[in-house]
Design a protein around this ligand. Structure first.
Ligand code: ZN
Length: 312
């Protein structure tokens, strides 16, 4: 499989990153950040979620955010939808696309959404019907696709079974998620190869967290298998601020930097993305893990006289 020459990056920071923030980010700030991402050429943005506003007050303003963003540039604005009620709200708001999600492992799915795997799949049939009537495409995410913190390694057959059900429901894309950061390059290779046999032409996306510091190594494994869709979060925002060891998604600027250095096109203006990451840090009010935003690009040379010569 040849390494792709073009990759589609989905910015998930406004949803996956911001949802974990304890302090409410004002709606205008969210709109400003999403519009800046659109201006930087990001092709797809997971901008918020139609979860219960009581469960996640941070994202209760999803419909207002959508109203405020620039929809003239063709950027795909997608939102997470947990159930039929969320699907009705998403259809009313007129999102471009929705994503449903479940965990591949029974115990994590019960813990996360209080449903068995089968109950989640049955629930998605209603979601698919609502979105079908509204003419809005549905993508399906499979979380804990690379390992479950309660059950360990997740059998590829289980991923294949869920992917097949997604395809049967007419989903237009499938993503493998690694929320708990258990992916490794060999697991990526194994899962992607298995799913490709089932998915045919349906696009496969990869969603890595940098929990164990190998998020971009997992991207490299995905690229080796020809995968062209990756999620990432601006400035590496994500995880839970109350759990110091829970790190967030791989960082969008770091990912785009890597892709561009490999000669892979993204259509994204990396300089603009880096300045957005700095804004995100200001909005959030603490240091974030993004590295390219701090170190700069390779072409950012330093005047020699500014640098002290190291001794030893
Ligand atoms: Zn995530």
């Amino acid at each position: 499989m040849a390494i792709p020459t073009k990759v589609e990056v989905t910015e998930v920071g406004p949803r996956d990153g911001i949802q974990a923030e304890p302090n409410f980010i004002p709606t205008e700030e969210k709109i400003r950040l999403v519009n800046a991402l659109i201006d930087a050429g990001v092709p797809r943005i997971e901008f918020s979620s139609f979860v219960s506003p009581r469960a996640v007050p941070q994202l209760a303003d999803v419909a207002e955010v959508l109203k405020g963003v620039d929809r003239t540039k063709g950027t795909v604005l997608s939102a997470l939808v947990p159930n039929a009620r969320g699907a009705i709200r998403a259809a009313e708001a007129g999102v471009d696309e929705i994503i449903v999600f479940m965990s591949a492992s029974e115990s994590h799915n019960l813990k996360n959404v209080n449903r068995t795997v089968e109950e989640s799949l049955v629930g998605f049939e209603e979601v698919a019907r609502i979105m079908g009537d509204a003419g809005i495409p549905v993508h399906g995410a499979i979380a804990t696709a690379f390992g479950c913190p309660f059950e360990g390694e997740v059998p590829v057959e289980q991923l294949g079974r869920i992917a097949q059900r997604y395809i049967d429901m007419g989903f237009q894309g499938i993503g493998l998620g690694d929320t708990t950061g258990m992916a490794t390059p060999p697991r990526v290779t194994k899962n992607v190869r298995h799913l490709r046999g089932i998915m045919g032409e349906v696009p496969l996306g990869l969603h890595f967290h940098n929990t164990r510091g190998i998020g971009l190594c997992n991207v490299m494994a995905g690229l080796d298998e020809g995968v062209t869709h990756y999620d990432a979060s601006f400035a590496g925002l994500g995880g839970c601020p109350f759990v110091p060891k829970a790190s967030g998604n791989i960082c969008t600027e770091d990912l785009v930097f890597l892709l561009h250095e490999m000669g892979i096109e993204t259509g994204i203006d990396l300089r603009k993305l880096m300045s957005i990451a700095n804004e995100v840090e200001q909005v959030i009010g603490r240091d974030l893990p993004g590295q390219v935003m701090k170190a700069g690009l390779l072409s950012d040379l330093h005047p020699m006289e500014d640098v002290k010569t190291a001794v030893g």
